[in-house]
Each structure stands twice: as structure tokens, then as C-alpha cells.
Write a new protein. Structure first.
Length: 155
């Protein structure tokens, strides 16, 4: 038996824009269906929003996304909590971070550059005691990414 896990991101009306942003960063193909595609009347509010969205990149990254019914980014803060670093410690009230690891600093730096457009940098990408490159950011869609170079000691 083989299983996989895929991060499923929930948005407040911005799933399409988020998937397109992640496609710009990671490449790959988007598969998306709107509420209208699955039976909601085309003229109903929200019929053009994403009920099922997925990005599959050539490098193996897979993200899923959808728009929460009835939710709008303008009606709420749009993110779930905050994250900050102080004195080498991470403080957060978020329920998860998205981890992105690569083999080399050059590899992760390219993704970092793309993700950082419009992002809040929590910890700049730099060498750390446990990795040749580690950084944290919260992207413009409210997703906090932990980006690092896989340690040679990690299996």
C-alpha cells in the first residue's frame, strides 16, 4: 500500500490567484473546477470560485486549494494567526507551516525568491546551526513557508 499527503489550502475567494501564484513559483499544471462546474447556477454569487483546485509541479510539489463557501477575503483578516521569530525561537498561533526542502541552497533560494514577492519575511533565508540555508516567510495569501536545505545528516 502506498499513501501520499497533499496540503489542502483553504482560501476566502483567492484560491485561483493563489494557485496561479504558486504555479509561477513552482511551475506545473493547475487543475481546477468552480462551484458552477459542479452544479451551482452560473449566475449565483460565488459560482466562479474554486471548489477543487490542484497544482502538480514537475519537481513533485502538489498543493490543493479551494474557496470556502460564502467567505470573502474582504470580510476577514484572511489569515489564520501570526508567526514571528525572536532570539532564535518561533512564536506562532497557526495550526501548520508548509515545509519546503531542497538539496542545495541555490535550489531553495530560487523558490524563496518567488514566494517572497509580497510576503512578510519571518526569518531571512540564511545559514543556521542545523542547515546550510533556513528561512521562514508568510506569503501574500497567508501561508507560512519554512524553506530549508536538507541537512546531509537527515535521512
Amino acid at each position: 500500500m502506498t499513501i501520499t499527503t497533499t496540503t489542502h489550502l483553504n482560501f476566502r475567494g483567492t484560491a485561483r490567484q493563489a494557485l496561479e501564484f504558486y504555479q509561477d513559483v513552482f511551475g506545473g499544471q493547475i487543475t481546477a473546477a468552480t462551484y458552477g462546474d459542479v452544479g451551482m447556477p452560473a449566475d449565483a454569487p460565488g459560482a466562479d470560485r474554486i471548489v477543487f483546485g490542484r497544482l502538480d509541479s514537475e519537481s513533485g510539489l502538489r498543493l490543493m486549494a479551494y474557496d470556502i463557501p460564502g467567505e470573502d477575503a474582504a470580510d476577514s483578516a484572511g489569515t489564520a494567526g501570526e508567526t514571528r521569530r525572536e532570539n532564535g525561537l518561533t512564536f506562532t498561533d497557526r495550526t501548520f507551516f508548509q515545509s519546503l526542502q531542497g538539496e542545495t541552497l541555490d535550489e531553495v533560494a530560487a523558490y524563496w525568491e518567488g514566494l517572497s514577492a509580497g510576503a512578510e519575511i519571518v526569518e531571512p533565508l540564511a545559514a543556521s546551526p542545523w542547515s546550510p540555508g533556513f528561512g521562514m516567510l508568510t506569503d501574500r495569501f497567508g501561508v507560512t513557508w519554512v524553506v530549508d536545505v536538507r541537512s546531509p545528516d537527515a535521512g
